[in-house]
Write a protein of this length. Structure first.
Length: 282
């Protein structure tokens, strides 16, 4: 049973100060630790072996999410009951949910991703918005992608907003970080993966690609910055530059929506008769 009063009553506690610093990228990089906030993220972190180091929880949250607190303890994490003021100081959200976890970095070396011979990959090239990055990661997870690659010009994977936007998907699939886009494309091509660049001005239409039956094999989608898309030097690296058709009057799709459409199109094609997953998994 939790004690009647929070253990960490002072925001000046060394443990609280150390967690608070992880809101800044340089401290995250130095300590190789990041924050996971809210019940879903903390639950997924606890289930990811050796990842969750500490958990700060208000008394109310510890009672409401007793199962998650128990999973955190079972995973070897130190659990601290904390005042709402402490949680507010550690949290990076306006309305904290009462649970904040401290987690070890979990990115995967790019070579390991290539060695696994992935069939569906999302490559984020120069994606700077952390909300977009986290949402694309979530879409990739939902579509059944086997990996996500963030290039060296993209946002920090462990930015608190990116972690929140992934809604736990960060803990579900391998993610490589800091990979130059040229290296990412070359490595994936060598692994037998077709490279498709998603661009609103692409010469190839997604519907036509599906109709031709050309999307059933291993595929990596390269997604660029939402504001200015993919530069020409990245587009020329791809096997095809594909646009999502706009059948209505909308000017365009945002990055996360376009990524979801593209990844699900590949997932469907790969699971259809003759697709790479049907061949390998039958």
């Amino acid at each position: 049973m939790p004690p009647a009063t929070p253990e960490l009553i002072s925001p000046r506690s060394p443990r609280v100060s150390a967690a608070r610093r992880l809101a800044k990228r340089n401290f995250r990089g130095k300590e190789r630790l990041f924050l996971a906030e809210g019940p879903q993220a903390v639950r997924e972190a606890a289930a990811h072996d050796g990842t969750l180091v500490e958990l700060f929880a208000t008394l109310e949250a510890a009672e409401r999410y007793a199962d998650i607190v128990g999973e955190a303890r079972d995973a070897g994490a130190r659990v601290h009951l904390a005042s709402e003021q402490v949680i507010a100081d550690v949290s990076t959200t306006v309305t904290p949910q009462g649970l904040v976890g401290v987690c070890r970095f979990i990115d995967t070396p790019f070579e390991e991703i290539l060695a696994a011979r992935p069939k569906l990959v999302a490559v984020l090239a120069n994606v700077r918005d952390p909300g977009n990055a986290g949402t694309v990661l979530r879409c990739a997870d939902a579509a059944g992608a086997e990996a996500v690659v963030l290039t060296d010009a993209s946002v920090d994977l462990y930015n608190p907003k990116a972690v929140r936007a992934s809604v736990g998907s960060l803990f579900h699939l391998p993610v490589a970080v800091g990979v130059p886009v040229e290296r990412a494309v070359a490595g994936l091509k060598d692994a037998g993966v077709r490279i498709l660049a998603a661009d609103g001005a692409g010469t190839d239409d997604l519907d036509d690609e599906l109709d031709k039956g050309s999307m059933g094999g291993p595929t990596a989608w390269v997604f660029g910055n939402e504001a200015w898309g993919l530069p020409e030097e990245t587009r020329v690296l791809a096997d095809a530059v594909v646009r999502v058709p706009i059948h209505g009057k909308a000017e365009s799709l945002n990055l996360a929506t376009a990524a979801a459409v593209c990844l699900y199109a590949s997932a469907r094609a790969q699971r259809a008769s003759g697709g790479c997953r049907t061949v390998t998994e039958s």
